[in-house]
Design a protein around this ligand. Sequence first.
Ligand code: FES
Ligand SMILES: [Fe+2]
Length: 421
Amino acid sequence: MLTAEKNERLTRVGPGTPMGTLLRRYWWPIAPSAMVGLQPVTRRLLGEDLVLFRDGEGRLGLLAEQCPHRRASLSLGCIEREGLRCGYHGWMFDTTGQCIEQPGEPVESEFKDRIRTTAYRVQELGGLVFAYLGPDTSEQPAPLLPRYDLFVWDDVWRDIGHAVVPCNFLQIMENSVDPHHVEWLHGRYGSFLKELAGEQEFEVLRKKHVKVAFEVFEHGILKRRMLEGQTEEDEDWKTGHPLVFPGMLRIGGGGLSFFQIRVPIDDENTWHVWYQTYRPEGGQVPPQAEIPVYEVPLKDGNGDWIRDYVDGQDVTAWVTQGRIADRTQEHLGTSDLGVMVLRRLFQEQMDLVEDGLDPICTYRDPARNVCIDLPQEKEKFGGGQAFRREFLPHGQTRYSPIVDEVAGLFGDPTLVELAAR
Ligand code: FES
Ligand SMILES: [Fe+2]
């Protein structure tokens, strides 16, 4: 149970809040690269309304949404070679936020030189555009965009699913250090729904957790679990997989390696990005021309949360906790150890930033940032193939436009059949 003040401190992400200040020290995905096309797009990140565009020279820009002239949205803008021209009176801004043209002013006017709008750094990696909204001066330079392995590997297939989940990011992150929910939310409840539908119940996801452990390490929190029938030599315990601080979960097995990225839009909304890579063990994949991007539906035609599959069950649990879970009313038990470890870690990192120090997962040395390898089981839940068969057709990957091809990539007839259903 938390006090209302502590809950507020851990969940508010806007400018000037302690958590907002910590989260601004990290790069966040703001859009799939494929979304940035011929028109500017509006995006909201950490409570700030922004416009993302690519100028005629191919340079990415991220500006405050409202035009500094008379506040029209710059989404109503034309993309030109030198920048983004406001659709209302034609003021033009380059990617640094500098106003470079004011067609209505006298030719000799220097007024434009004094107008600069908020602009943030953006960079592309692995099919995503990342933004950095934190301190960016010579005394306090921006950190490097971390080159995590899945964003960098060149011998995999990828796809990217995404959805706006209407709740605070923290309850989603807490789910990533809550191994027990797997056997209940997906194992028991998921099987219960399957039973009602007359379908086959989950097997792998029902395995009982005998013990769990959480270790704070350089990338965040390493999560270990031992399921019934396993020993400490099984990869679920020996290797585990991490919550990557502050906003990602790494998960996978059997040639699947995924990130779930929880991007705080504002206090009450999170952009959830499911970032998948596929590579059969010891196998080769043909080159991929482009990374497919798809939206993950959250509600069905009746307006009910879709929950007949793993990720839908997670989303339903998160949103039913409330827009911002009221932690003054909760009752944590011993099985919530991971949640406590995560809250303590956020608290410590907020304190570090308040003391003027870098929080964990800050990269400043390019030599350390070539490819950041993260731990992850290959033989998850006691068997890579069984995990793959249960996870690929029953995860949000079922909405991927390439799920059939991915199943074919693994040369597993059962998986092909499951994915085709
Ligand atoms: S409001 Fe943008 S140019 Fe006038
Ligand atoms: Fe889950």
